[in-house]
Design a protein around this ligand. Sequence first.
Ligand SMILES: *Cc1c(COP(=O)(O)O)cnc(C)c1O
Length: 405
Amino acid sequence: MTVPASPARDTFALTREKFSLPEGVRYFDGNSLGPLPKAVQMQAYITTTHEWGDGLIRSWRSAKWNTLPQRVGDAIGRLIGAAAGQVVACDSTSVNLFKVLTAALRLRADRKVILTDASSFPTDLYIAEQVARLCGAEILNLPVSEFPKFLNDRVAAVLLCHVDYRSAEVYDLARLTRAAHRAGALMVCDLSHSAGAIPCNLDESEVDFAVGCGYKYLNGGPGAPAFLYAAKRHHTDCEQPLTGWFGHAAPFEFTPSYAPAPGIERFLCGTNQVIALSLLNRSLEVFDGISIEEIRTRSLELTEQFISSAENRLAPHGFVVASPKDSNVRGSHVSLRHPQGYAIMQELSRRGVIGDFRMPDFMRFGFAPLFNTADEVEYLVDQIDQIMTTRAWDNPDYEQRRAFT
Ligand SMILES: *Cc1c(COP(=O)(O)O)cnc(C)c1O
């Protein structure tokens, strides 16, 4: 007798169908570059041929190009727990971080410290360093666990990556935001590895500002626009530094002096990336009708399965699970560490199994709830097991990069 599939499985079998995944490939890198939704292929044709080709400049209105940043922003807002009117999709994560972190420091002009963790994604550290220089502030680098102890009246903003890009550890955004607020500081959060995979509850947690990627779990395509969240309570007071005409209260009046738009639009800068935003807009439809909680449940099933198989079958080959075993604090990817990790990833790739590698020895596998399956997880473990048993990684064609540490 066959067991009827649970409704959740039906949901995710249907979402998987919505992606154009190459034959013979098992893809565990949706956390780095989401795969192509089929509807996006069609949208690319519509946007270029009809909207641009036929509509020309008229499409700013007729195809609603002018409101794409807000419409896409609201669709992302649903996935990160933000009510409408607080998110825009534009620019890159790095550029958006520059905007919101500067805005946060200006809201706390009498304070001169940005508190962050040196293991944050490097672009965040690079941007924070410049923001600190421009605002006459300094960076205090500490492990996230130490943040509450070092929050005081000198800290203007906490810059937190919600999920660690190497280990997948999830930090308690609500608790850390409360701690920051108690000290009078603002919370600026990078959701690149959580948006679309785990709940972020921005409004409920009273996060002040957030940014994140459009091309990871949101599947917007290579170089997709990023997003930016600013809590409504800050809209009238905050000033972001990239004051382009699209952030102006009345861009088409062409006045010589700048006046910021009253709402979230003040965080826009130049002309929006119409083609890329149209594709991201379409890709987000894969999430229609599914709650982020269902997605989270599915994600945890996949990562649990991988961790328990890896502990049973891969630990004897010297693999160490470098992601939290406690599902409350684990994101949607799992990293294994192995001294031959780089060569092993190359052999996996030759076999059509795609994950990625992060220095010095992290083999990182993303489990994207919308398309990865339990069968694929087993296949991945089988392949790694075989590669170790047959020493297929020991191939002179592969760069055998070793751990530094
Ligand atoms: C991927 C990622 C980025 C990417 O930034 P871009 O400017 O969009 O290239 C930033 N921050 C984090 C935490 C990331 O994981």
